[in-house]
Ligand binder design. Structure first.
Ligand code: DON
Length: 572
């Protein structure tokens, strides 16, 4: 029996016995200023994880492109200069806002399982999970979605040709760029696995060693593959020579992709999730991301509390309890909407949130003891997010990934394409955690052509006078980082303050609050511990890139997470 009905009964019974002594809840706000007023910023802002990528986006804007052309340029450039995080061998999720008709759309360029996917490949003979096939080599790789997603954005939303938007990435791949400390560190960290695959070693290692920091790095194979996409769109990657090379390389190394898997891949346009919270409308990622559902559920729970009138301990308590409940649902219900029926109406309903809120005790942590414990892992510095607002008020929030650092570490010979290891985002072995400690149910079991669940949560926050485009990498912590970023924005913080803010996270299992050093003072930590929380210091807190637009003053701001020096937020 699943846990959820029990919880609902518990919530309901608490409701019936009078609920909790809550801080007085403010009246529910009327729906937000749902649409950005017809107003143009007249200038643009981009924040991304790498200055080459931010500059590439600004270059495309200067050539007459819009935010969507710039998004194509930034994503393709990140594929070249930040391969440890994202690339054309991976996938992305994006929320776009088109200003001229107030059209919001979610672009789902998530990877899919190949038709021949076989769960047995991810289990050892003794029945234990095989973490190697899940995370390294061709069996760990889903069919890439990023090329199709870029083609879709360029063709349906861009102003420039694909050639023009891909030009900066192709130029940088051909002419080269200086290896920065992050890329050097990522290659050094994955050196052993890169050595297992000849084309990976040939691309990323020189005499068996990572390229030195500041040395010039060229990627001619990827330049050719990007040129092929620029010239032929989807056919330049999913059919013909590139597809032949990808399938041949994967098969030769023990994988199971076919040409049909590539030819049938489709990026999707979906309706984003919208949730209203304190006069703001948050437009965010629907399934196959769990991010938007979780953020909406958390905000719906929190809308019954007046966080602004609370001290830190109380505030953190209610936020963590809301996180715990949303992540429980994440584990139980969510998967690819094309494959599973999900009770989204229930999960997104304010009434459901009311019930969950009533189950929160005012001064005690609720133990998450209904599922087996799972170990969370440090999410590291992979996956990438960038945010764009252009002069016309178009916006793009894009989170892109190859999953774990340097994805599968497998490069398909002759293509320069580093393949993702996104198959680990499926619940490959029931009730066994993935690399982020997330548990999944049948809803997220692998199946031919199915998209694996993601935490990626690109979001746009629209208030009466202020707008933010926000997102971050960070595995399962993406959801809570973005949630906290939204709350800080609504509290009036600037882009720089939001990106720098200290963070905390709870994901139901393991039942602990992951905390960034310096988030809580000793008295707060002691009070939370007394309430029943286990606080655990956590090292890695994403790489938030956020742009904001104050529509009253018409001021744009762009900030890249100060935790990572390679990023650049810039207003043009
Ligand atoms: O889609 C997901 O949820 C993961 N593949 C994202 C991985 C990630 O953020 C890695 N971290 N920094």
């Amino acid at each position: 029996m699943s846990f959820s009905p029990n919880w609902q009964v518990l919530s309901l019974s608490l409701l019936l016995v009078g609920g909790t002594a809550l801080a007085e809840a403010p009246p529910k706000t009327t729906p937000a200023a749902n649409h950005v007023a017809r107003q143009r910023p007249g200038h643009a802002a981009i924040a991304s994880a790498n200055f080459h990528a931010t500059e590439a986006g600004l270059e495309v804007l200067a050539k007459g492109g819009n935010a969507f052309d710039a998004a194509v340029a930034v994503a393709a450039t990140l594929s070249v200069v930040e391969p440890e995080s994202s690339g054309i061998g991976g996938g992305f999720m994006a929320v776009l806002h088109r200003a001229k008709d107030n059209h919001d759309v979610f672009i789902d360029a998530r990877e899919t399982a190949p038709a021949a996917v076989d769960s047995k490949d991810y289990v050892n003979a003794d029945g234990s999970p095989n973490r190697d096939t899940a995370l390294k080599g061709p069996l760990s790789a889903g069919i890439p979605g990023e090329p199709a997603g870029l083609v879709l954005i360029a063709r349906r939303y861009g102003r420039l040709s694909l050639q023009q938007s891909l030009a900066p990435a192709i130029r940088i791949a051909r002419d080269g760029f200086k290896v920065d400390a992050r890329l050097h560190g990522a290659i050094a960290g994955e050196q052993k696995d890169l050595q297992r695959w000849p084309a990976s070693a040939a691309k990323y290692l020189q005499d068996g060693k990572p390229p030195a920091e500041d040395s010039l790095w060229r990627d001619p194979d990827q330049a050719r593959t990007l040129e092929s996409i620029a010239a032929h769109g989807n056919d330049g990657f999913y059919r013909g020579e590139t597809a032949d090379k990808l399938v041949a390389a994967v098969k030769a190394a023990g994988g199971n992709w076919t040409l049909a898997d590539l030819a049938s891949y489709k990026a999707m346009e979906r309706t984003p999730i919208s949730v209203d919270y304190r006069g703001y409308r948050i437009v965010t990622a629907p399934p196959p991301s769990s991010g938007g559902v979780a953020i909406a559920e958390i905000l719906n729970i929190l809308s019954g509390f007046d966080l602004s009138k609370m001290g830190q301990v109380q505030r953190v308590h209610f936020i963590v309890e809301a996180m715990r409940r949303a992540f429980r649902d994440h584990n139980d219900y969510l998967g690819d909407p094309d494959f599973v029926k999900m009770p989204l109406d229930m999960l997104l309903s304010p009434f459901y949130a009311d019930g969950l809120r009533q189950g929160i005790l005012p001064d005690k942590a609720t133990p998450s003891s209904m599922l087996p414990r799972a170990e969370a892992h440090e999410p590291g510095m992979h996956t990438t997010h960038f945010s764009i607002i252009d002069a016309d008020g178009n916006m793009a929030a894009v989170t892109s990934t190859v999953n774990y650092t340097m994805g599968s570490t497998f490069v398909a010979a002759g293509t320069g394409v580093l393949l993702n290891d996104e198959m680990d985002d499926f619940a490959l072995v029931p009730n066994k955690p993935n690399v982020y400690g997330l548990l999944g149910s049948v809803a997220n079991a692998p199946a031919a052509g199915k998209r694996m669940l993601s935490s990626m949560s690109p979001s746009i926050v629209i208030g009466a006078d202020r707008t933010a485009v926000i997102g971050s990498p960070g595995g399962s912590t993406i959801i809570t980082q973005v949630l906290e970023g939204i709350l800080h924005f609504i509290d009036g913080e600037s882009a720089q303050q939001i990106a720098a803010h200290k963070r905390f996270h709870h994901q139901y299992m393991p039942d602990e609050v992951m905390v960034e050093d310096g988030t809580f003072d000793p008295a707060t930590s002691a009070a939370l511990t007394k309430m029943g929380y286990t606080l655990k210091q956590h090292e890695s807190w994403g790489f938030m890139n956020v742009v904001t637009w104050d529509r009253k003053t018409n001021k744009l701001d762009a900030a890249s997470d100060p935790r990572r020096p390679s990023g650049l937020g810039k207003v043009q």
